[in-house]
Design a binder for this molecule. Structure first.
Ligand code: GAR
Length: 206
C-alpha cells in the first residue's frame, strides 16, 4: 500500500516546464527568440498562425507542431475564434503568447484562456496601440518609444501591463530601422518574461 503525504503533495511547487502556444502571423523573429529561450521553464508546444507566413514555415522546418487557422474575407469571426481556440486548447497549454499575431482575438478565444494570454507590442502602451504602433510613434514625434508585454483582454492592447522596455527614437530613423531596434528589446523581454517563475506577474529588474 502506498503511503501518500497529502500535505506535501499540496505544497510541493510545480517544477515542470510550462507548455506555451505561440501565435504568429509574420516573419517570426519573436517566435525564434522564444523557441531559443525554451528549456527548464517552458517549452513551445505548438505554433498557430492565421495565414501561411515565414513564421509557419520556420516552425514546420524545426519540427514544431504548426497549425494555420485561416479567416477568409467576410467569414464569421466568432466561428474563426472558436476554431482557433479549439486548435490551441488541443495542445493543453499553460500559457498562450501572441508574438506578432496580427488579428484581434475575440471573446470566444479570450474567455477560454482567460488570465493566461500574453501579447507583445512594439510601443510603450498605453501610447500607440493597434497595428501601426511604430509608424504612429514616428509620426507623433516621440523621442522615446519601446515595447510592452501585456495581458490580453477584450480591448485593443488595453490589458494589464506586465513588463516594458524603453527604446530611443534617433534622428533620421525610418520605420524599419526603429522597428528593428525595438524588436531587439522585444525579443529579449518576452523571453525574460516567459522564463520568470510567474510569467503573468514577473519580477524584472535592471
Ligand atoms: C513585433 O514587433 C510585434 O510586436 C508586432 O509585430 C512584430 C512581429 O515581428 N506585433 C504587432 O504590431 C501587433 N499589434 P516578427 O514577425 O519578426 O516576430
Amino acid at each position: 500500500m502506498w503511503a501518500v503525504n497529502t500535505t506535501e503533495l499540496a505544497t510541493t511547487p510545480d517544477t515542470r516546464a510550462r507548455t506555451i502556444v505561440v501565435l504568429a502571423s509574420g516573419q517570426g523573429s519573436l517566435l525564434k527568440a522564444i523557441a531559443a529561450g525554451a528549456g527548464d521553464s517552458y517549452t513551445v508546444g505548438a505554433v498557430v498562425c492565421d495565414r501561411h507566413c515565414p513564421a509557419a514555415d520556420w516552425a514546420a522546418g524545426q519540427g514544431l507542431p504548426c497549425f494555420v487557422v485561416g479567416l477568409a474575407p467576410g467569414a464569421d469571426r466568432a466561428e474563426w475564434n472558436r476554431r482557433l481556440a479549439e486548435t490551441v486548447a488541443a495542445v493543453e497549454p499553460d500559457l498562450v503568447v501572441s508574438a506578432g499575431f496580427m488579428k484581434i482575438l475575440g471573446p470566444e478565444f479570450i474567455d477560454r484562456f482567460h488570465g493566461s494570454i500574453l501579447n507583445t507590442h512594439p510601443a510603450l502602451l498605453p501610447s500607440f496601440p493597434g497595428a501601426h504602433a511604430v509608424a504612429d510613434a514616428l509620426a507623433y514625434g516621440v523621442t522615446v518609444t519601446g515595447c510592452t508585454v501585456h495581458e490580453i483582454d477584450e480591448g485593443v492592447d488595453t490589458g494589464r501591463i506586465v513588463a516594458q522596455v524603453a527604446v530611443p527614437v534617433l534622428p533620421g530613423d525610418s520605420q524599419e530601422v526603429l522597428h528593428e531596434r525595438i524588436k531587439v528589446e522585444e525579443r529579449a523581454l518576452i523571453v525574460t518574461v516567459l522564463q520568470a517563475a510567474d510569467p503573468m506577474h514577473p519580477t524584472i529588474t535592471g
